[in-house]
Design a protein around this ligand. Structure first.
Ligand code: TXA
Ligand code: MG
Length: 312
């Protein structure tokens, strides 16, 4: 299924065997929980959102309710205490569940159609093999699962994902919001919307595979460098700079033609194209992808996080 962030590999969250097939297809350990996606409520106010999450959430703290009103439908996932009888396999053994209401119209059409069939929520991780680059176009999904496809893979083509990196992941199972995975919604925006300081993850925070040091990796080795160091490295190699591709905000000189893409100066634009560019450069068959370190500052947190993990 398409979403505004990345494509997801979807199953009825209440169907244990369908959910197990997601873990198998991704090659993901079964104790890494999946996000459950829910349809819009008829009225998008506090009561509407509470009703929408009620099938899965055992309780909804006030600050989580404020975040739903501020950012749903949209690229934000909230982890809340789970009703023990609901989505147990999708939740990977956690007593919590990650919930998200995506804004993509095709995702919503699917969720509403599923709801009409009695499906309360759709479990969907990013539709990539475990540890690999997330898909932001239908063709990427086909590529990811080409080896597995026995004709049973059905891809809903919703075009290129507008956001391009996965949702911001906030743990709401404790007294204050904890940022588990940065996205395009920043910690500062979360603080303004709910009036509480956002904490960094600590040892007590739930596990999340998107927070493993190495993730989002293409086949080629990714290396992050400031522009000057990148230029110096290209200069040293001169005409020997084969097997290298470059993704940088600054224009760089190379003594031979290297596959090169210009990183946008705008963080949202960079997020939008990041995974597609990594796939495109990877597909040229290079062994190394040299990427200019993204700027400091909160707007770039999501892109910086994905690139650091791709390089780990
Ligand atoms: O934008 C997104 O969030 C996309 C689209 C398809 O919605 N989905 C996505 O799913 O990125 P996935 O499975 O690739 O990443 C979800 C992250 C994982 O790091 C998972 O461990 C964490 O959310 N997560 C989900 N439920 C959790 C829970 N109950 N406790 C802790 N972490 C959880
Ligand atoms: Mg993922």
């Amino acid at each position: 299924m398409p979403t505004e962030t990345v494509y997801g590999l979807a199953a009825d969250a209440g169907n244990a065997s369908a959910v197990r097939r997601i873990f198998e297809a991704k090659g993901r350990p079964s104790d890494h929980p999946l996000i459950v996606h829910i349809a819009f409520p008829a009225t998008m106010d506090a009561a509407g959102w509470r009703a929408a999450v009620a099938p899965f959430a055992r309780e909804v703290p006030e600050f989580a309710s404020a975040l739903m009103q501020a950012f749903w439908p949209g690229p934000l996932t909230l982890i809340v205490p789970r009703r023990p009888e609901m989505a147990a396999v999708a939740a990977g053994g956690q007593d919590s569940v990650g919930l998200r209401c995506p804004s993509h119209p095709v995702a919503q059409a699917l969720l509403l159609a599923a709801q009409a069939l009695g499906v309360a929520g759709v479990a969907a991780p990013s539709a990539n093999r475990f540890g690999r680059v997330s898909p932001t176009a239908a063709a990427h999904v086909a590529e990811e699962f080409a080896a597995l496809d026995d004709g049973s893979l059905l891809i809903l083509d919703g075009g290129a994902c507008s956001v391009g990196i996965e949702s911001t992941l906030i743990d709401c199972s404790r007294a204050a919001p904890v940022l588990l995975r940065p996205g395009t919604i920043t910690a500062a925006q979360i603080e303004i919307a709910c009036g509480l300081a956002v904490r960094e993850r600590d040892a007590a925070a739930p596990r999340a595979s998107g927070t493993l040091a190495s993730h989002y990796a293409p086949r080629a080795t990714v290396r992050l460098m400031p522009a000057q160091q990148l230029q110096a490295a290209l200069d040293v190699l001169g005409t020997d700079a084969k097997n290298i591709a470059v993704y940088a905000r600054h224009a760089l000189r190379a003594a031979r033609a290297v596959p090169q893409r210009r990183m946008p100066d705008d963080a949202h634009q960079a997020a939008h194209e990041l995974f597609a560019v990594l796939r495109e450069l990877d597909a040229t068959g290079v062994r190394l992808i040299w990427v200019e370190t993204p700027p400091d500052g909160p707007a770039w947190d999501g892109v910086r996080d994905r690139l650091q993990r791709a390089a780990a």
